[in-house]
Design a binder for this molecule. Structure first.
Ligand code: ADP
Ligand code: MG
Length: 710
C-alpha cells in the first residue's frame, strides 16, 4: 500500500494498483494495453460510446449496412471454420424475434472460443452487414447478459476501449465500471479542483468539474451526459488554448529580432510607381500585419495562408522590400525548380528599373555562375535571392539576411526550414511561411495556435470562376471534344493522372497507355503533347514544362507533379482522370492551375461509375465550391484532423473528447476567453486563477518543443 500522500493533489498521480479490486498484475496490464498507469489516467480515459441497456434491436427487423445495432439473444452455436488466413470463429445468436445472426471473429480465436458459452445470453453490439443473405457482425462487442447491470439499475452504460487480454483478466466493460466507481469513492474534492475560473463557469453555465467527470463515466441520463460532455470539451479546448497562448508569449519574449522600423524609399517607390495592380483588401491587411510584426523587435514567425491565386507572391515581395529598406537582404525558397524560377522571372519583371539585384540559385546553377552568386551574396551585393533547397546549403552565406520566406511550406520538412534560422547572426531572420493549403480555422487555431497566422481570404478581382463538372469514364469522348474546342480557341489543356507511390509502376504504365490513346485522338502536327511525371529527370521535366508554358505544346499530360504553383494563364481546361483516387486538398490544388487568366476555365472530373460514399462526397464538394476554406472544412469532416495536410507533425491534435471537425464553436469561445484572461493577467497572478495556473504549470513541461514552424 503506498503511503497516503501529504499533498492531496497528488492522489491522481498514484498508480491504479492503489484502487480496490485491482492488484499489481492487472494494473500492469492496464498500463501495457491502454497506457493507463495512474488514477489520473483512469479518470481521463473517457468512454468512447454509451449504450442504452433498455433498447435492443429485434434481429428480424434489422436492415443491414445501416450502422451499429445492439441485440440481446442466446448463443446457439460457436465453431471454428476455415483454415489458414481464412480461419475464423463463427457464432450464431438467436433472439426473441426468432431470427438469428452470425458473429464472426478473425482474431483471438483461441481465447474467444473458450470465453463464450453456447446456451448463454449475450448482449452484442456492432455494425451489421449482409453476406450471402446472412446477417452478420464482425468482431462484435460482447457482454454476458447476466453480467450486465439490469435495466432498473442503470440504463445508460459507458463503453471503454478495451483489448482481448484485458477482457480475459476481468477488465471488460463491467470490470472497468467497477474500477471507475472505486475511483470516485477515493476522490476528494481537493483532488480534482475546479480549474475553470468562476466567471466563466457562470457565464457559460458549465457543469462543475467533479460532477462532470462523474457523469462522463457514469451518466444518469442523456441530458446529464450532454452537459458533462460540453463542460469537458470546453475544458480540454480552453486548457489547450491557454497553453498555446502562453507558449506564444514565451516565444516572443525569447527570440529577439531585428526591428525594421522604417518603410523606406524602395518600398514606397515600388508601391507608387511599379505595383501593376491595386492590392486586394486582404493583401493590404496582411501587409500591414507583417509590417507591424517586423517593427516590434521580436522575430517574426508568421504563417500566411491564402488560396491558390490569391496573390501571396506580391505580399512576399512587399515584405522583402521592407527588409531591403532597413539595410538587409531577403530570400525566398520554393519547393521546386519550376516554381522557384517562376518567382525569379516574375519578381525580376516587377522590379525592373528599381536598381535592385535579384538572383536565382538552385542545384542547376553551377560552376562560375554559382561561385559569383555565392561571393556577391556574402559581400551583400545581392539584395534578393530566390531559389530552391539550394538556399539552405551551408555554402550559401548571406551578409545580413533579414527576412526569409518559404513558399508552399508543407513541402518542406521542419528540419529544412530550421536551417534558415541559422543563416544569420546575432538574430535569426524574420520568417514568413506561405501556404496555399487552406487549413480550417479550427485546425489553424490548434495546430498553429501559438503562431501568428495571416489569411488572404479574397481573390484578386476579374477572375472568372472555374466551372467544374463530373463525368463518368464512358463519356470521355465528349471530354476529348471539349478539349478540342478549347485548343481551337488557342487555349491549352491539362490532363492529370494519379500516381500513387505503392503502385507507381502500374500508374506509369497507365500513363503510357493513355499517351498512346491521346496521340491517336490528338495527332501531330496539329496537336503537340507534353508529358511530365515524377520519375523523369528534373531537367527533362523542366524542359517539358517550359515547352507547355511557351505554348509549343497544347496538351500537358501529367501526374500530380504540376500540383504546386505552376502558372500558365493560357491553360483553360483541366481533366482529372480517376478523380476518386485523389484527396480533396490535392484536387483543389490541381484545379488551381486553371482559371489563372481572364478566360472562362473548366475542370472536368472523370471517375469510374462505382464510387464509395466518400469519393462521391469529395467530388460533390469540388463541383459545388471553389472556396479553399470550404473544401478544407469538408476534408476535415471526411478524414478527421490527423490527416489534414500540413498538420501531421503537430502533436496537439490528439484530443480526448473534443472533436475539431464538430466543436468549432466551443473552440472559438475557448480561444477568445483564454485570450481575454491572458491579456488582462498575463501571469495569472489573480488568486481566482490559482488552480488554473497550477494546472497549466504542471503541463507546460510536457509540451516543450511545440510550436515553431521554422
Ligand atoms: P498564389 O497566392 O497562388 O501564390 P500568385 O501570387 O501567384 O498567387 O498570384 C496569382 C496571380 O494573381 C498572379 O498572376 C498575380 O500577378 C496576380 N495578382 C496578385 N495580386 C493581384 C491583385 N491585387 N490584383 C490583380 N492581380 C493580382
Ligand atoms: Mg504561389
Amino acid at each position: 500500500m503506498p503511503t497516503p500522500a501529504t499533498n492531496k493533489a497528488a492522489t491522481l498521480d498514484r498508480t491504479v494498483a492503489y484502487l480496490k479490486g485491482i492488484g499489481p498484475a492487472k494494473a500492469k496490464l492496464l498500463g501495457e494495453e491502454l497506457q493507463i498507469h495512474t488514477l489520473g489516467d483512469l479518470l481521463h480515459a473517457y468512454p468512447f460510446r454509451y449504450v442504452d441497456r433498455t433498447k435492443f434491436h429485434r434481429i428480424i427487423d434489422i436492415i443491414p449496412n445501416e450502422g451499429a445495432v445492439q441485440v440481446k439473444g442466446k448463443l446457439t452455436s460457436l465453431n471454428v471454420k476455415g483454415n489458414g488466413r481464412a480461419m475464423r470463429l463463427v457464432g450464431r445468436l438467436r433472439d426473441d424475434s426468432g431470427a438469428a445472426l452470425e458473429l464472426v471473429w478473425f482474431r483471438g480465436i483461441n481465447v474467444l472460443s473458450n470465453m463464450f458459452i453456447v446456451g448463454e445470453e449475450y448482449i452484442c453490439y456492432g455494425p451489421v452487414t449482409e453476406f450471402n443473405g446472412k446477417l452478420s457482425i464482425t468482431h462484435p462487442e460482447m457482454e454476458a447478459a447476466k453480467r450486465a447491470p439490469s435495466a432498473e439499475n442503470a440504463t445508460f452504460e459507458p463503453v471503454y476501449s478495451s483489448t482481448e487480454k484485458l477482457n480475459r483478466r476481468g477488465l471488460d466493460a463491467r470490470g472497468r465500471r467497477k474500477l471507475i466507481r472505486a475511483l470516485f469513492d477515493e476522490l476528494k474534492a481537493t483532488d480534482v479542483p475546479e480549474i475553470i475560473p468562476d466567471h466563466l463557469m457562470t457565464e457559460l453555465r458549465l457543469m462543475p468539474r467533479i460532477p462532470a467527470l462523474k457523469a462522463i463515466h457514469l451518466p444518469a441520463n442523456q441530458a446529464e451526459l450532454e452537459a458533462a460532455r460540453r463542460r469537458m470539451k470546453f475544458e480540454e479546448l480552453f486548457l489547450l488554448q491557454m497553453r498555446l497562448l502562453q507558449l506564444k508569449v514565451v516565444r516572443e519574449n525569447q527570440v529577439a529580432g531585428y526591428t525594421f522600423g522604417s518603410i523606406g524609399e524602395t518600398f514606397n517607390r515600388f508601391y507608387t510607381e511599379k505595383l501593376p495592380f491595386e492590392l486586394t483588401g486582404a493583401q493590404k491587411r496582411v501587409v500591414k500585419e507583417i509590417r507591424h510584426d517586423l517593427g516590434r523587435g521580436v522575430q517574426m514567425n508568421r504563417l500566411l495562408q491564402g488560396d491558390v491565386g490569391s496573390g501571396k507572391t506580391m505580399v512576399g515581395l512587399l515584405s522583402m522590400l521592407m527588409a531591403l529598406d532597413n539595410g538587409f537582404q531577403a530570400c525566398m525558397m520554393a519547393p521546386t525548380e519550376i516554381l522557384a524560377y517562376q518567382h525569379f522571372e516574375g519578381i525580376t519583371e516587377y522590379l525592373e528599373g528599381m536598381d535592385l539585384r535579384v538572383e536565382f540559385l538552385s542545384g542547376s546553377v553551377k560552376g562560375k555562375a554559382r561561385k559569383a552568386i555565392l561571393e556577391d551574396l556574402a559581400e551583400g551585393k545581392i539584395d534578393i535571392l530566390l531559389g530552391t533547397h539550394a538556399l539552405i546549403e551551408p555554402t550559401v552565406v548571406f551578409k545580413n539576411l533579414g527576412l526569409a520566406i518559404i513558399d508552399e511550406q508543407h513541402r518542406f520538412g521542419v528540419k529544412q526550414r530550421a536551417k534558415l534560422w541559422v543563416k544569420n547572426k546575432p538574430y535569426p531572420p524574420h520568417v514568413l511561411v506561405m501556404t496555399a493549403t487552406p487549413i480550417p480555422r479550427t485546425l489553424a487555431m490548434t495546430a498553429y495556435g501559438d503562431l501568428d497566422v495571416s489569411v488572404i481570404d479574397e481573390l484578386p478581382p476579374g477572375r472568372t470562376p472555374i466551372q467544374t463538372v463530373h463525368f463518368t469514364e464512358h463519356r470521355r469522348q465528349r471530354v476529348f471534344g471539349r478539349i478540342r474546342e478549347e485548343i481551337a480557341k488557342g487555349r491549352q489543356a491539362y490532363i492529370v493522372y494519379p500516381l500513387i507511390e505503392e503502385n507507381e509502376k502500374l500508374d506509369l504504365l497507365a500513363l503510357e497507355e493513355a499517351y498512346d490513346e491521346m496521340r491517336h485522338k490528338f495527332p501531330p502536327p496539329e496537336y503537340q503533347i507534353s508529358v511530365v511525371h515524377g520519375k523523369m529527370k528534373p531537367e527533362n521535366k523542366d524542359a517539358e514544362m517550359a515547352r507547355f508554358k511557351n505554348g509549343e505544346t497544347q496538351l500537358m499530360m501529367a501526374t500530380t507533379v504540376i500540383e504546386v504553383g505552376v502558372n500558365v494563364p493560357n491553360a483553360t481546361i483541366m481533366v482529372i482522370v480517376h478523380t476518386e483516387r485523389f484527396g480533396l486538398s490535392q484536387l483543389h490544388q490541381l484545379r488551381g492551375r486553371v482559371g489563372r487568366g481572364a478566360e472562362e476555365s473548366y475542370c472536368i472530373l472523370l471517375s469510374s461509375v462505382k464510387l464509395s460514399k466518400e469519393s462521391r462526397e469529395r467530388i460533390k464538394t469540388m463541383v459545388e465550391t471553389t472556396d479553399g476554406f470550404k473544401i478544407a472544412e469538408a476534408d476535415l469532416r471526411l478524414r478527421g484532423p490527423g490527416m489534414i495536410d500540413g498538420t501531421q507533425q503537430s502533436g496537439v491534435l490528439q484530443m480526448r473528447i473534443a472533436d475539431l471537425a464538430k466543436d468549432g464553436r466551443i473552440l472559438s469561445v475557448a480561444r477568445d476567453r483564454a485570450k481575454d484572461i491572458l491579456e488582462a493577467d498575463p501571469k495569472l497572478d489573480n488568486p481566482q486563477y490559482a488552480p488554473l495556473k497550477a494546472h497549466l504549470a504542471k503541463y507546460m513541461a510536457a509540451v516543450k518543443g511545440w510550436g515553431r514552424i521554422s
